[in-house]
Design a protein around this ligand. Structure first.
Ligand SMILES: *Cc1c(COP(=O)(O)O)cnc(C)c1O
Length: 386
């Protein structure tokens, strides 16, 4: 059976050109970048070359690039590292996050509350997942250690107009972080002109390897490292560099920069075809997230009277790999926190589906998926109704 992958928000296959870029750094240029000898210097040169290439691609010469093990670690380092430092520096004890963050931010914030006594303010969102701007402004003061707002939402696809939040934070000198793990693969990022203080991304969401990412951080903004040890990354992140993966991520970012415009436009057309089909042909189907300010590859729904897990399993049997919204495991039958926060009731939230497109998605794949989805939803409803 031909299987069709429609879960690019979970992860993406590694581009062959990225694999080719990485191979020599496993086999030939295998030195430790911190070593003095020839082998070490070769590896160090490669890492510094990667850093320069990324700075050019994202226009962030006034920033540090801190290489990490992925989006999760970057989110952790930004939130915990800056919060702890700002408290030490100016006694700021409040952390502002949106109520629809990825677990990498929300769980970290919760730990900072329980073990470090920070006050966490959750910025409420509207039915599309957009942050209430006046509430945000009312919460911003000298007590605020850091603001962290997700750029493109992994579950509902909503893109937040982060320029506005950045501007307010810049005015008041409050560090602003954004989790751009989903947004970077689709949105043009120019760090210098954005004013963003900290931005997180991970390579495996744009056809790079898993287990590598970066935190981009404005120079001069300090943070307390969470990985302590050697002097790598100016002490911000100790541990021997993953040289092949760093080079692979850099190559993936170069390819992305070249292909992003065209690919995002192509995927958006297929995504809109799918959304229109579902809304017009399946009764009791609703789009979740913002219909307009939305990641171009992202379609997410809830279906009345459907259990998301059963839907996923049936689609998998039919050959389609999709998701319930987050990396929710079958068996853990709890409704998504994000869906509840945008005002979807608990019962409806159980019937969630996320379909995310990528470079290998063809029009024919979407046609086949639409047919299978309609058939399965009919079948599931017949079994529950009867
Ligand atoms: C995937 C994802 C993460 C986690 O990134 P990893 O590289 O898998 O650790 C964080 N935030 C968002 C929005 C994501 O989609």
């Amino acid at each position: 059976m031909d299987r069709i992958y429609l879960d690019y928000a979970a992860t993406t296959p590694v581009d062959q050109r990225v694999i080719d870029e990485m191979i020599p750094y496993f086999r030939d240029i295998y030195g430790n970048p911190s070593s003095i000898h020839f082998f070490g210097q070769k590896a160090e040169g490669a890492v510094e070359n990667a850093r320069e290439r990324i700075k050019n691609l994202l226009n962030c010469h006034k920033y540090d690039i801190i290489f990490t093990s992925g989006g999760t670690e970057s989110d952790n380092l930004a939130l915990r590292g800056v919060a702890l430092n700002e408290r030490k520096k100016r006694n700021a004890n409040k952390i502002l996050i949106s109520s629809v963050e990825h677990d990498a931010i929300s769980t970290t914030a919760n730990q900072l509350k329980i073990y470090d006594g920070f006050e966490i303010i959750e910025l409420r969102v509207d039915n599309y997942g957009l942050i209430d701007q006046s509430f945000f402004e009312s919460q911003l003061n000298e007590q605020t250690a850091i603001v962290s707002i997700i750029y493109g939402n992994n579950e509902i696809g909503t893109i937040n107009p982060i320029e506005h939040f950045v501007k307010e934070c810049n005015k008041k000198g409050i560090p602003f972080h954004t989790d751009a793990v989903q947004a970077l693969p689709h949105i043009k990022v120019n760090m210098e002109s954005s004013g963003i203080d900290l931005l997180s991304f991970g390579a495996h969401k744009f056809y790079g390897p898993k287990g590598v990412g970066a935190l981009i951080k404005k120079k001069g903004l300090n943070l307390i490292p969470q990985n302590t040890g050697g002097k790598q990354e100016e002490g911000y992140r100790a541990g021997t560099h993953n040289v092949p993966y760093i080079l692979g991520m850099t190559k993936a970012l170069e390819i992305l920069t070249e292909e992003k415009d065209l690919e995002s436009r192509r995927q958006k057309i297929l995504r809109d075809q799918l959304i229109n089909f579902v809304i017009n042909n399946i009764r009791g189907a609703y789009l979740t997230g913002d219909p307009v300010s939305r990641l171009p590859n992202h379609a997410s729904f809830v279906f009345d009277g459907i259990k998301g897990n059963e839907l996923l399993i049936s689609l998998d049997i039919d050959g389609f790999a999709v998701s319930a919204g987050s990396a929710c495991k079958v068996g853990l039958a709890a409704p998504s926190k994000v869906l509840l926060k945008i005002g979807i009731d608990e019962k409806l939230a159980m019937g969630s589906l996320r379909v995310t497109l990528g470079k290998n998605t063809l029009e024919g794949d979407i046609d086949k998926f639409e047919r299978s989805l309609r058939k399965i939803i009919d079948q599931l409803r017949r079994t529950t109704d009867g």
